[in-house]
Design a protein around this ligand. Structure first.
Ligand code: NAP
Length: 324
């Protein structure tokens, strides 16, 4: 398919779990793609991940070195782009001692990419935010989360990552309303992303939850649950949001709609992949009063025609790819 070859899209964070899937989707749809990596030494990892995802012709892909913490090369990265998918953001399994180590790159990095995009005449920027910016200030009991909900970054006890995503998304909307000068913004708020791991490329969600369950380092079920979305569906919703006229100025909660406790995930693996369940801790049992999250993905379904996979399919695909 070559119909989009004259349209160039920048994906920031092409070395990441989601960034790679966005590049795959764009190349499959025939776009010309630019991607930023923090270091060009990551280029081969990206190429290996793309190959594992079925992409071998990378003649339409261009790499640029750029870091969210510095101005260097962002002007060059956005040059000639019609769309930007701003996916990159610091995402660590363990919070740093100083929360500003991730808040500042997330917020200032988003502003750098927004300013460069506006100045280069980009039509629309799709920002990868998170459920972190939606669901951490409201009591989950009897609440159905939607795009209307916001995390208050001043909520006591918030993790640095949660704050970083909330503050960065708020800064992006403020920038667009004050000085966007016609640049369109659409935001995607994914819940925990899982799904096939390509060439060993996975992020903190897979590392902390599924690897921890599989290797037995997670020994107890915490009272909270997590909602699941597939990395392939998350890339798909970014691409839909990039061009759909009705997506301008909107945020979309990206979730399969189903929530799991750590015990539920362990049971799924014990039942469906018993050969891989050997190291799961026996102590990982259901607890009384696990708080299941209720989320609506109705807006993404009805506005964008987005139809995500089931959480079960996604979790099993992750397990299969991790041990393949
Ligand atoms: P990931 O694999 O850790 O990818 C993060 C990407 O951001 C990597 O490409 C990383 O580059 C890049 N990055 C981090 N700090 C940077 C900096 N200072 N300058 C430039 N690039 C930087 O995680 P992911 O799951 O794909 O995350 C992608 C996006 O989805 C993030 O915005 C994340 O917050 C969001 N998200 C993820 C989840 C989830 O469960 N995974 C859920 C909701 C939202 P390096 O390879 O050089 O580190």
């Amino acid at each position: 398919m070559q119909t989009n070859i004259n349209t160039t899209v920048l994906v920031t964070g092409g070395s990441g779990y989601l960034g790679v899937q966005c590049i795959i989707g764009l190349l499959e749809q025939g776009y010309t793609v630019k991607t930023t990596v923090r270091s060009l030494s990551k280029k081969q990892n990206v190429i290996d991940s793309l190959a594992a995802g079925g992409i071998t012709d990378i003649s339409g892909l261009h790499f640029i070195e750029a870091d969210l913490t510095a101005d260097t090369n962002w002007e060059n990265a956005v040059q000639g782009c019609t769309y930007v998918l701003h996916v990159a953001s610091p995402f660590l399994a363990v919070d740093p001692e100083d929360e500003n180590e991730i808040i500042i790159p997330a917020r200032d990095g988003a502003l750098r990419v927004l300013k460069a995009s506006r100045d280069a005449g980009v039509k629309r920027l799709v920002l990868t935010s998170s459920f972190a910016a939606i669901g951490y200030s409201i009591d989950p009991k009897d609440h159905v989360y939607t795009e209307n909900d916001w995390t208050d970054p001043n909520t006591p006890g918030l993790r640095a990552y949660i704050k970083s995503k909330t503050i960065a998304e708020k800064a992006a909307w403020d920038f667009i309303s004050r000085e966007g000068e016609g640049l369109e913004l659409t935001v995607i708020n994914p819940v925990a992303i899982f799904g096939p791991v390509l060439a060993g490329n996975y992020s903190a969600s897979v590392e902390y939850v599924l690897k921890g369950i599989l290797n037995g380092t997670i020994r107890d079920t915490p009272p909270f649950t997590f909602s699941v979305v597939d990395v392939r569906d998350t890339a798909d919703i970014h691409l839909r949001a990039m061009t759909h006229p009705a997506a301008k100025g909107e945020r979309f909660l990206a979730s399969s709609g189903e929530s799991f406790s750590f015990y539920d995930a362990a049971q799924l693996i014990r039942n469906e992949r018993p050969e891989k369940a050997g190291s799961i801790a026996d102590s990982l049992q259901q607890i009384d009063g696990a708080l299941y999250l209720h989320l609506s993905n109705e807006k993404a379904r009805s506005v964008l025609g987005w139809h995500p996979r089931s959480a079960k399919e996604t979790l099993l695909a992750t397990v299969d790819s991790l041990s393949a």
